[in-house]
Write a protein that binds this ligand. Sequence first.
Ligand SMILES: NCC(=O)CCC(=O)O
Ligand SMILES: [Mg+2]
Length: 323
Amino acid sequence: MFSRPRRNRKSEVIRNMVQENFLRASDFIFPLFIIDGKNQKTEVSSMPGIYRYSIDLLLKEVESCLKLGLKSFDLFPNLEESLKDETATESLNKNGLYLKAIKEVKSNFPEACIVTDVAMDPYSSDGHDGLVKNGEIVNDETLEILAKMAVAQAEVGADIVAPSDMMDGRVGYIREALDAVGFTNVSIMSYTAKYASAFYGPFRDALDSAPRFGDKKTYQMNPANQREALIEGMLDSQEGADFLMVKPALAYLDVIKLMKDNFDLPIAAYNVSGEYAMIKAAAQNGWLDEKRAIVETLMGIKRAGADVILTYHAKEVLANNWI
Ligand SMILES: NCC(=O)CCC(=O)O
Ligand SMILES: [Mg+2]
């Protein structure tokens, strides 16, 4: 035997020397949930360790993350039912929870990178990402609403707007709307290949945003499909996306790799709520070594080709020096 791969595993020094992939604080975007009120911090029951924060406590949370070197945040609002309507009007309310939160975070911490969510579901009485007409999620009329939402978010300081709705043509539509009012420097992180997944369950608990009828299969992708992601990637690239996202991450590592191999834009992967919940539940039962399972999961996503990872594990990983 001339070749003995085990020689490169014989000591920790050599194992470290030949390590191919690394996780860094700057890889992560930390999703944060926001609720109305003062001094409110409520745990998402299906996501142990993850909370919804009122704006005052959100600022404290962001500050503590920044101290750990965690500098990018994706904000999501939990709105009261009474504020929801068919056209997501509340998403444009300058004094509403979401736009106020973005503005507060950005003015208190200009060094933070704020990613904002562009989709109708948190504000929609139908719980869908697009406008509903006669039971159908209509594409082109939704674009106008999304574009206004993106501009409103840019106006209060969004660094990156992230359309998570999967309507056709929305990246280009939003790009034009942003540019038309001078926001040529605001980036777009497109949810390019977002699959109709069971793993979003805990997130919908966090926001009370489950669809009120039907499912999201007419706009989110079929989990059975891989090549279709190339069509979405090509369109988003042509329409001016700055990042292409695959979501969820774990059951879609092949799609992350495919996107990495086919597009030169940075690839983001969303390690979603259900993926987080699975590890937490197993760890709480003593069935998994939590630290190792989390780091291995994130490393797998990185190894598959993700340049950026949106993950609820971001803070704990850094706070505990697990990477
Ligand atoms: N638009 C954002 C999501 O749908 C997040 C899903 C999750 O974390 O499960
Ligand atoms: Mg698309």
